[in-house]
Every structure is written in structure tokens, then in C-alpha cells.
Write a protein that binds this ligand. Structure first.
Ligand SMILES: [Zn+2]
Length: 197
């Protein structure tokens, strides 16, 4: 789909845009990053948050992993990369929003439904085992997994403290690859609703 040569040509276009144009954002960004938003997204090549949200360098602090999972604080399953990124973004960068971004046709979630193969994937997907208890469709399971990660986020003391003080908001979003629609988890009703365009 994309060769190494195409990748390097892409980098040249990036340089022309961000280092040679009239506005040179890296003059500022090289000094520090100050993103307001942490996105926890899937590693899936179709759901890059920066592309989905047409974001600029410096806008988003991003954690990507298989099936956009957040482990629970007390039983993080060795997922130190996720925990360290959460701690850095929330405690040091002091982001104001965390978005757990799930998506349709998620291979990780499909593996959860069918029984994951491999050496590491089963251990990783074990984090989401409780999402699969009574879900009948892939979409329901994908959305249940987002809800689970939102719940797990709140088990981190530094998250709960900031949410309680209204310094941090957590969001669950779901991107549908079929329709191109984005829906958001409504904390009041417990369901996902289309986010108006
Ligand atoms: Zn996925």
C-alpha cells in the first residue's frame, strides 16, 4: 500500500509544510509540547487519530495499542507502556481530556470474540475479558470494551482525583469505518450516540 520510498517523499512534504512555510510551528514545538488531549487509540492502520481529527503536530498525545485498551490500575497486567504514558500525559503534561477511541472491524476485539491466537495477544486481550461476557455483535463488543477502558481509567488515583476536581474529562468515542460516523459514549445514559457534525 505504501512503499518506503513513498514514506520518505511524504516526509519531504511534511518538512516543506512545517519547516519551510511561513508558519513554522516547530520553532515553538521544539521548545516544549503542550497538548491538551490524550488519545488512546488502536494500532490499526486505518484509525490514526492525527489523520482522523486533522490534527497538527503538538495537538495530541497518543497511546496506541491493540484494541485501544486501558488496563486497571491494580492489575495492569504488565502494561507498563500504557500506564507510563497515562502518568506522563496526565500528571506532567496535565492534559485536560482523555479520549479512548475505538473503532469498527477491530481485529483485536474480533480476536477476543473468537479466542486470540499467538504468544502475546491472548495475554494482552485478557485485559478486555470482561467486555465479552454478554455481547452479541462485534459492534457491541467493541463499544463494551471502550466502556471497560473508561472504567479502568477511573481506577488510576491520579485520573479519579482530577476527574472529581473537574480538571480532567474522559471520553469514549467510536469510529465506524463503514459509515465514517463518530459516536460518543454518554455517561448519563450508558449508550453511544452519534456526535453531531
Ligand atoms: Zn482495532
Amino acid at each position: 500500500m505504501c512503499s518506503i520510498d513513498a514514506l520518505l517523499k511524504g516526509f519531504q512534504r511534511f518538512r516543506e509544510k512545517y519547516f519551510q512555510g511561513s508558519d513554522k510551528p516547530y520553532d515553538r514545538l521544539k521548545l516544549a509540547q503542550r497538548p491538551d488531549i490524550l488519545v488512546i487509540a488502536c494500532s490499526d492502520s486505518r484509525v490514526d487519530p492525527a489523520i482522523l481529527f486533522d490534527a497538527n503536530p503538538g495537538d495530541l498525545f497518543v497511546v496506541r495499542n491493540v484494541a485501544n485498551l486501558v488496563p486497571p490500575y491494580s492489575d495492569h497486567g504488565g502494561a507498563l507502556g500504557v500506564c507510563a504514558a497515562l502518568e506522563f500525559a496526565i500528571c506532567q503534561l496535565e492534559v485536560e481530556h482523555v479520549v479512548v477511541l475505538g473503532h469498527s472491524q477491530c481485529g483485536g476485539i474480533q480476536a477476543l470474540a473468537t479466542g486470540p491466537d499467538g504468544e502475546f495477544i491472548p495475554q494482552w486481550m485478557y485485559i478486555a475479558r470482561d467486555a465479552s461476557s454478554d455481547q452479541t455483535s462485534a459492534k457491541a463488543l467493541e463499544q463494551s470494551s471502550i466502556r471497560l477502558s473508561l472504567g479502568n481509567l477511573m481506577t488510576f488515583p491520579f485520573v479519579k482525583e482530577r476527574v472529581d476536581e473537574a480538571k480532567l474529562a474522559i471520553h469514549g468515542w467510536y469510529f465506524d469505518l463503514d459509515s465514517g460516523e463518530l459516536s460518543g459514549y454518554d455517561h448519563q445514559t450508558g449508550v453511544f450516540k452519534a456526535i453531531p457534525r
